[in-house]
Design a protein around this ligand. Structure first.
Ligand code: ADP
Ligand code: MG
Length: 661
């Protein structure tokens, strides 16, 4: 059934639905309510003072309508409830006038005002409620009423195509799930709580099972992709490592060991390196690129921002200065001629390592012999972007790096299609970043500390609180802060601001001046969140810290403490929250993510939202952990089962589903 076949769906409704990203009947039926309103008509008494309730009344007068303003009217009538006369008022429902007739029993929903003996309705049911009624509430939009959504969903409830079942039969039996048809009815039109619970469990499980099945399937699939083995001499690698200004940590060595083994193997590498900010992932990727070069292949490293790409490029030039590797940069703001030169050299094989932003995935970027694809801060890229990059070589090895600290069990589940290495150690010599929550009234202390650090020739990051989707506000908040700081420091300290609206050229220049210690304080939005490395910075001040998720705060904090200088992080916030205290307590990203999970606050928490993993419609990764693990175990079992082997089209169905989503 097409959406347009549904009773009540005309062109206007169709547009409303499209706006909500509902494009098929299946989308409509899996557009689940986000909550329910429960009504049970009551007999009014003083206990219900100021509570939203439903009462049944007998209409005693024909309603009158007062038109107060354009788009504002008031409908009023007298009625009788439980042998008591009272008045009822409802706004902007003049159109109900003719339906509210003398002697009719109707249900009023709203609040009773004792003093005025008036019931202020927010809704009126012309068919009176007799029993408890559970009303699903959907996300809609302006001019699109929930009652309309309920109506069209009711007309679509029986659509066979949309009721296709995706949970394998054996599992439906195992969990005694209702049929999909029943579950759809229960979630949209539940008779009681139990039905809501049953149905939401069904859909959560369906969602998690499909996801985990795909992950498990891909893992199996990936394990069977063969490529040419890469030959290189370990001695050469060791010599390169010896040339570094530091020794690798055990964690780094372990991760590197696995990567080198992957490169040498005849199976394609698909490895994710998860390591806290500052744990030294970059050098690991450089060594991998070196090995890949020795084996005769080109490498590409993709970073999410130009600032970061440039920084990697410069470190690469530095680390490889005593080798004959040819390294190039490709970013959006190069001239056409510069870009063309890079493209030509890339195709000729005159470039061994290409570093860049997503400019790298453009179609005209072609390699001579690509053997290794590295994605830094992989959570910043969509799956599509990563796929395109991989398709540029024959069968290149793929290495992903991420600083999103998510608990180990989650990482192994959500990234189950990859091999995951954890870097748990920080390079030695690092001190813990001393973190303190400060109230606005204590700002003076912070400013004094900033001044002292600057006198010692150190530098300071300041992050302005911002609301993600309000660019205007961002700008204002960083600029206001700059003014405040200038006032406090009597314009004597070079301060600059950095935000997403600047051109990349401007951003670069600003970063350059900060790196060169010309600028002492850098006030920015979260642009600096990703990977920026300025070793001389020793203080990070984050305003309105409670607005950020712990994962983000931890990443921001990681911008300081990048060498052996004592470093500090101030979280400016007037509220005392247990969440922020976790940051005072610990510098360990994996610990913080675990705590964050336990505290179950709002927001992106331990970064699942930014982890690049698809978001779920009804399942909640924070609260449905058990179900997720169950789905993981079930999907593995199913993939090895006879049932699956007899039903090999199953993966196709799921792929199809993906295409639809
Ligand atoms: P991240 O894991 O956040 O990407 P980076 O790779 O940027 O971290 O490393 C942070 C800093 O630590 C860099 O300046 C890097 O040179 C340095 N570093 C990396 N490994 C070591 C090590 N084993 N010992 C000392 N410093 C290191
Ligand atoms: Mg990094």
């Amino acid at each position: 059934m097409e959406l347009t076949d549904i009773k009540g769906v005309g062109p206007k409704m169709l547009k409303n639905l499209h706006d909500l990203n509902i494009n098929t009947t299946e989308d409509l039926l899996t557009n689940f309510p986000y909550r329910y309103d429960i009504f049970e008509p009551v007999i009014l008494d003083e206990n219900y003072n100021n509570e939203r309730i439903a009462i049944n009344v007998l209409v005693e007068t024909t309603p009158t309508v007062a038109y107060i303003k354009r788009n504002f009217n008031k409908l009023q009538f007298r009625c009788n409830h439980n042998n008591k006369t009272m008045y009822a008022v409802i706004f902007n429902r003049a159109f109900l006038k003719n339906n509210i007739t003398l002697g009719k029993t109707i249900t009023l929903i709203g609040k009773y005002d004792y003093q005025k003996n008036t019931f202020i309705c927010d809704d009126i049911k012309l068919n009176p409620l007799i029993n408890k009624q559970i009303l699903p509430i959907y996300h809609t939009k302006k001019d699109f009423k929930n009652s309309d959504m309920r109506k069209i969903i009711a007309s679509a409830l029986d659509d066979a195509a949309a009721l296709k079942n995706y949970i394998p039969l054996s599992l439906i039996e195992k969990y005694e799930f209702p049929s999909k048809k029943q579950a759809i009815r229960m979630i949209h039109n539940p008779h009681d709580f139990e039905e809501i619970q049953k149905a939401s469990l069904f859909f959560k499980y369906e969602e998690l099972f499909l996801f985990m099945f795909k992950v498990t399937y891909m893992k199996k699939e990936n394990a069977n992709i063969y490529k040419e083995e890469k030959y290189f001499n370990d001695e050469d690698i060791n010599n390169f490592i010896k040339s570094l200004p530091f020794n690798l940590t055990n964690s780094q060595e372990e991760a590197l060991g696995l990567i080198l083994t992957d490169l040498k193997s005849n199976k394609k590498m698909n490895r994710l390196v998860l390591g806290d900010v500052g744990s030294g992932k970059t050098i690991i990727s450089f060594i991998a690129m070196y090995a890949n070069f020795l084996a005769g292949y080109q490498s590409v490293l993709m970073a999410p921002t130009e600032v970061l790409a440039k920084q990697h490029y410069e470190s690469a030039l530095n680390y490889f200065k005593n080798t004959n590797l040819k390294i190039s940069l490709l970013v959006g703001n190069q001239t056409k001629r510069e870009k063309q030169a890079v493209l030509d050299n890339l195709l000729n094989g005159n470039i061994d390592i290409l570093i860049g932003t997503h400019a790298i995935i453009e179609e005209n970027v072609k390699f001579y012999r690509l053997g290794l694809v590295i994605t830094d801060e992989q959570h910043r890229f969509g799956v599509k972007q990563r796929e395109i990059l991989k398709s540029k070589g024959e069968i290149p090895d793929a290495l992903y790096m991420s600083a999103t600290p998510i608990p180990r069990s989650y990482a192994l589940t959500l990234y189950g299609d990859l091999d995951v290495s954890f870097i748990t150690q920080k390079p030695s010599g690092r001190r813990e970043i001393i973190t303190k929550i400060k109230k606005y009234s204590e700002l003076k202390e912070v400013l004094t500390h900033i001044l002292n650090e600057i006198k010692n020739n150190h530098q300071v990051y300041v992050v302005a609180s911002l609301i993600d989707d309000n660019e205007e506000l961002d700008l204002k908040s960083v600029e206001t802060l700059k003014d405040k700081f200038n006032l406090a420091f009597k314009n004597k300290i070079p301060i600059e601001i950095l935000h997403g609206k600047l051109s990349s050229r401007e951003k670069e220049a600003i970063m350059e001046r900060f790196k060169n210690n010309e600028t002492k304080i850098l006030i920015s939005t979260t642009v600096i969140e990703v990977g920026v490395d300025v070793k001389n910075a020793t203080i990070m001040v984050i305003f309105d810290a409670n607005r950020f998720g712990l994962a983000t705060l931890h990443q921001l904090r990681g911008r300081v403490g990048r060498n052996d200088l004592a470093s500090y992080c101030y979280l400016i916030c007037d509220e005392e929250t247990a969440r922020l205290k976790v940051l005072e307590e610990s510098n360990d990203g994996f610990y913080i993510s675990q705590k964050d999970l336990e505290l179950r606050g709002e927001g992106d928490l331990f970064g699942i939202r930014q982890s690049g993993v698809k978001t779920f419609k009804i399942a909640n990764l924070k609260t449905d952990t058990k179900l997720l693990m169950q789905a993981k175990a079930d999907s593995e079992e199913y993939l090895n089962s006879k049932e699956y082997k007899n039903n090999l089209s199953y993966y196709k169905i799921i792929k199809e589903l993906d295409r639809l989503n």
